[in-house]
Design a protein around this ligand. Structure first.
Ligand code: AAT
Length: 352
């Protein structure tokens, strides 16, 4: 018994157990052992190489946090104003002064700022001027690394400002098993904005066009097995390269109780790689080892991102997602609270 239960290198000497009602699936893919079982108290459970990846009862906490921490920190609708047009035709029609204002702003302009500019402009040119702005709002492109269950896709699909959701999952078996046993998560694959790439994310990111993504979410397994390289510096460098200036990364970052050193290493790599900001947040997920999971959020150099105060609050999102599922865990208060760190962690990762 001892050997079986207490020998995981990620959390030696401890184990957490769930009562198994019955086993629903057991398979071996090219990359890992895949197991699905019905538990007595947490619903169905997905296990990879003996490690719980999710349970139906508490997956909401992890998936909602890892998706909305980054996406609610980016202004929306994406306020990269590529061009500001004053509607020429209408200006002529109304026989008033017309002005062509064509501004190319290669960065982010905040909505409110734009409103101020428009108001000031209207004021200067007198009120008769009929001005209409046509905003070419570029939409966001997001990449998910891992996450083959589809839960993170389900959460991203709440954001209408996103036009493309790439996902790079290494293991087709995880996708298939999720579609069969976890319809509440796999529903994420039904969003027409989703494009599935089955392959190694290390390779995928090496070939990603520079500056393509607004946000990258790394929902990967622990760094033993296929996810080993996903905590190493070269991987973070390819992520930073694939992000636009001021783009954000949200990376699964283990447990503050069990992996302080791993977290420290990841933070110092990220501080070197991401010249915007680097923050650590955490949430309670009862079935992850030690009952908590962390998230490392980073932004690249560019328009500053304030992760702690969500600029794009979830409560103000427009339109309901097709899957109609309500949020169960995440809200704006939880978002800000997630960045409050215990003193020992602040000291150890030098966040004071
Ligand atoms: N949302 C469920 C939580 C996960 S799933 C992690 C996924 O990452 C798995 O489906 C795995 O196949 C995939 N993965 C692992 N390595 C790679 C890789 N190199 N490229 C692409 N996908 C990969 C994570 C739970 C965290 C548990 C914390 N203890």
């Amino acid at each position: 018994g001892k050997k079986v239960f207490f020998n995981n290198p990620m959390w030696p000497g401890e184990a957490h157990s769930l009562e198994v009602k019955n086993i629903l699936f057991k398979g071996k893919s090219e990359y890992q052992e895949v197991l699905v079982f019905q538990s007595s108290t947490y619903g169905k459970v997905l296990v990879l190489d003996g490690i719980i990846q999710l349970t139906e009862k508490d997956e909401c906490a992890y998936q909602e946090m890892i998706a909305h921490l980054p996406l609610c920190s980016l202004p929306s609708p994406k306020t990269v104003i590529s061009k500001i047009f004053i509607n020429l035709a209408e200006a002529i029609l109304f026989g008033k002064v017309f002005v062509i204002l064509s501004t190319f702003v290669d960065g982010l302009v905040h909505w409110q700022l734009l409103n101020v500019v428009v108001a000031a402009f209207g004021y200067c040119c007198n009120t008769n001027l009929h001005v209409r702005l046509t905003l070419l709002q570029c939409k966001m492109q997001v990449l998910v690394v891992g996450g083959g269950d589809g839960g993170v896709l389900r959460e991203i699909s709440r954001h209408n400002s996103v036009e493309l959701i790439d996902i790079c999952e290494i293991d087709q078996m995880v996708i298939d098993v999720s579609k069969k046993f976890f319809p509440e998560l796999a529903v994420g694959f039904e969003d027409p904005r989703v494009q599935v790439h089955v392959g190694d994310a290390v390779e995928f990111l090496r070939n990603a066009p520079p500056g393509k993504y607004d946000a990258i979410i790394v929902d990967s397994s622990d760094p033993v097995g296929p996810a080993q390289e996903l905590v190493e510096k070269p991987f973070f460098e390819t992520i930073a390269r694939a992000l636009r200036p001021g783009g954000v990364l949200c990376n699964m970052a283990e447990s503050m109780w069990l992996h302080t050193h791993l977290i420290e290493d990841m933070i110092s790599i990220c501080r070197e790689t991401f010249k915007g900001s680097v923050h650590y947040a955490w949430a309670s997920v009862p079935t992850y080892p030690s009952g908590v999971i962390g998230f490392l959020v980073c932004s690249t150099e560019g328009p500053p991102v304030d992760f702690v105060k969500p600029i794009n609050p979830i409560e103000k999102l427009e339109g309901a997602p097709k899957h109609k599922r309500e949020l169960r865990f995440y809200n704006s208060e939880i978002h800000s609270a997630a960045f409050a760190l215990p003193s020992f962690l602040r000291r150890e990762v030098n966040l004071l």
